[in-house]
Design a protein around this ligand. Structure first.
Ligand SMILES: [Zn+2]
Length: 301
């Protein structure tokens, strides 16, 4: 019996794969946006491949009902774009995950490793199958795909914000700040939005406001409402001297930079230089309208 047989798709557990996600913590997600790509990295966990010097990007088809242990920012990518032209190798099952994870390596080269067995999804009966132009996985297991190449953000079709797992973290263990103080998806969205506004990053503008998505569900609205809830609505003691729109905008940009670094109190203190919540709102709207080049944008809620 091949190693993957134990993890084959069982009756009633078959789930189609259409998209996969790369999930990262906020600091890494910021770097991904700056790089314009998800850079592959060496494998550090207990994987059989961790001495292989193979560099991979981790993707999964799962969504995490109990929160993700990979972080809070998700970049979604169509599976067909990922799998196209790749050789597929079975690597291992990780049974100390719950549910058990199956791992495949996808590479465009011919991988020679005792820990990577060539796998034909059309013929081999494991947890990943290809049939009539469609892909399926064992829905009761954790899917992990290791892609041996960088993935450009141009390939990403959606941005999402998720809860961190309450206890487990793939990178930092109990040191993870998201485990110690779990951020809401709205808070994560607000941090990421503050960062791209303050740094003037335009790489993923289309993902903040995807066409065809109802305005109120766009990441932009989620981030904006997160910023509003944590910086306005009686959180900041406005009443400072600044009323001039230009000065207010400068202060807001500084506050967004601080907020992106999770220095929320410092951001509020800076904003208190502004005279009123109205002045703050106008300056924040202006920052968003200018960034997204939509002079009339306003939140839908
Ligand atoms: Zn974590």
């Amino acid at each position: 019996m091949p190693d993957w047989d134990k993890y084959r798709i069982r009756q009633g557990e078959e789930v189609e794969i259409t998209t996969v996600r790369h999930i990262a913590h906020v600091p890494t997600a910021k770097r991904i946006i700056e790089d314009g790509r998800i850079k592959s990295g060496l494998i550090y966990d207990k994987s059989l491949l961790n001495r292989s010097r193979i560099s991979v990007v981790w993707l999964s088809a799962n969504t995490w009902a109990n929160g993700s242990m990979y972080g809070t920012v998700a970049f979604e990518i169509p599976w067909a774009d990922i799998v196209n032209g790749q050789n597929i190798y079975w690597v291992e099952a990780v049974t100390d995950y719950n549910p058990t994870a199956f791992r495949f390596l996808l590479s465009k080269r011919d991988v020679k490793s005792p820990h990577a067995q060539p796998y034909d999804p059309a013929r081999d009966n494991g947890p990943l199958r290809y049939r009539d132009g469609r892909w399926f996985r064992a829905g009761n297991l954790t899917s992990e795909f290791m892609i041996e190449e960088d993935i450009s953000l141009d390939q990403s079709t959606a941005l999402d914000f998720v809860n961190h797992h309450p206890r487990y973290c793939s990178s930092d263990g109990s040191a993870c700040e998201d485990v110690r103080q779990p951020p809401s998806p709205q808070k994560t969205a607000a941090r990421m939005l503050a960062h791209v506004l303050a740094k003037d990053h335009h790489e993923i503008d289309r993902l903040w406001k995807p066409p065809g998505v109802k305005a109120v569900f766009t990441p932009l609205e989620i981030g904006y409402s997160g910023l509003w809830l944590s910086l306005a609505t009686r959180r900041t003691e406005f009443g400072g001297a600044l009323r001039n729109p230009k000065s207010c905008t400068r202060v807001v940009m500084g506050a967004l930079a601080l907020y992106g670094l999770n220095q929320v109190e410092a951001a509020r203190n800076l904003l208190s230089l502004i005279n009123s919540e109205d002045h703050f709102e106008r300056a924040l709207l202006k920052a968003i309208r200018r960034h997204f080049r939509e002079p009339r944008w306003k939140p839908d809620w």
